[in-house]
Design a protein around this ligand. Structure first.
Ligand code: ADE
Length: 364
């Protein structure tokens, strides 16, 4: 008896030279991956009942948000808007309220737009075609692949960041996974090797192993991985180097002064412009740059004691960071301006203020 595990022994048998093609490696890992998934798949609401509408909504929510954070939003959304017709008919304000806290509001905007198209062109049912799904607003090749495979069983890949990482490691690819061309190559590769039956489980197994074993941050849990025996990154000790990602450009930093204006127990909010960052959402009045208490007292014609410092806050968007300083101002006269004067309850129940303003929402 020796102390080597089954996987270690397999790896000793495997010559160092990579004489297997990428496709062969991927075919070799299919069975162990699927049987691992059977035993380890998390029970998730959209998996229990993978109707096209539910898969669509869950996949859009999961694009930039963690599974645990998505669950309560998903359940609430399904109750409020149970089908494409309800989504197509909902007001933007109500939709944003349901989306509040998930961020990246363009996702919600596109959902409503796409629901309109599905009602008009497809009789309210998402098309059972990768190509047709990709034409809908907010649905790229990943989401189209996920809906087509999970809801309709169509054998097409669903390559997201998890899958890019897993496949790069298994095949030892040092290509930059942030490049569109690399993603396309991986889709083509998977399209050629994935099983014709059970495509939904196959894609979800790859996503799942990327989320809980071949993890994005920190050491992957190779000892628990059913694909360890065929994985080149593991064999060659390259899990730190693979996947390769070229660093992104640094975000632009914008200083902002956020104003929580109080007039007779009501707070001023206003609607943002209908394009650009946080388009059409509500916000507290704010100014570019960091203003001083004295300047604010003068602008709003109040004594300095009516201006109170609020906490500083930072919010990170994809290309910009807001570095915010906030002030509460107790007004004596109602200022001119296109404001809505709302109660704290209305801010909680009716108007959606994006997460960027969370610290200041708590000050109302
Ligand atoms: N992340 C993206 N899609 C997912 C899915 N279907 N299940 C779990 N995590 C996911």
């Amino acid at each position: 008896m020796n102390n080597y595990s089954f996987y270690d022994q397999l790896q000793m048998l495997e010559p160092k030279k990579d004489e297997f093609s990428k496709g062969e490696r991927l075919r070799a890992m299919e069975k162990p991956l699927l049987s691992w998934y059977k035993g380890h798949a998390r029970i998730l609401p959209w998996r229990e009942n993978p109707e096209p509408y539910r898969v669509w909504i869950s996949e859009i929510m999961l694009q930039q948000t963690r599974v645990e954070a998505v669950k309560p939003y998903f359940e609430r959304f399904m109750e409020a808007l149970p089908d494409t017709a309800a989504l197509a008919a909902v007001s933007e304000d109500r939709l944003f309220k349901l989306w509040e806290g998930l961020g990246y509001y363009n996702r919600a905007r596109n959902l409503k737009k796409a629901a309109g198209v599905v009602m008009e062109q497809y009789g309210g049912v998402l098309p059972a075609s990768w190509e047709e799904l990709k034409k809908l607003p907010g649905i790229g090749s990943y989401t189209a692949g996920a809906i087509a495979s999970i809801a309709y069983g169509i054998p097409v890949p669903a390559v997201d960041g998890n899958v890019l990482r897993v496949i790069s490691r298994v095949t030892g690819s040092r290509e930059d996974i942030l490049k569109q061309s690399v993603k396309k190559q991986m889709e083509d590769l998977l399209l050629g090797v994935m099983p014709r039956e059970g495509a939904g489980n196959y894609n979800q197994a790859l996503i799942e192993i990327g989320a809980i074993v071949c993890v994005p941050n920190g050491e992957p849990l190779c000892r628990e991985c059913p694909m360890a025996s065929v994985c080149i990154a593991r064999r060659d000790g390259l899990t730190k180097e693979i996947p390769v990602k070229t660093p992104k450009k640094a975000r632009r930093i914008e200083k902002k002064t956020i104003l929580v204006l109080d007039w007779k127990g009501r707070t001023a909010i206003r609607k943002r412009e209908d394009s650009g960052l946080l388009a059409s959402l509500y916000e507290f009045p704010n100014e570019d740059g960091w203003l001083e208490e004295e300047a604010l007292a003068e602008t709003y014609r109040v004594p300095l004691t009516a201006v109170r410092c609020l906490p500083e806050a930072k919010h990170i968007f994809s290309h910009v960071e807001w570095h915010m300083r906030g002030f509460a101002v107790e007004l004596q006269e109602k200022p001119a301006g296109d404001y809505l004067w709302v109660t704290p309850e209305e801010i909680r129940e009716t108007y959606s203020l994006p997460g960027a303003f969370k610290v200041y929402t708590m000050s109302t």
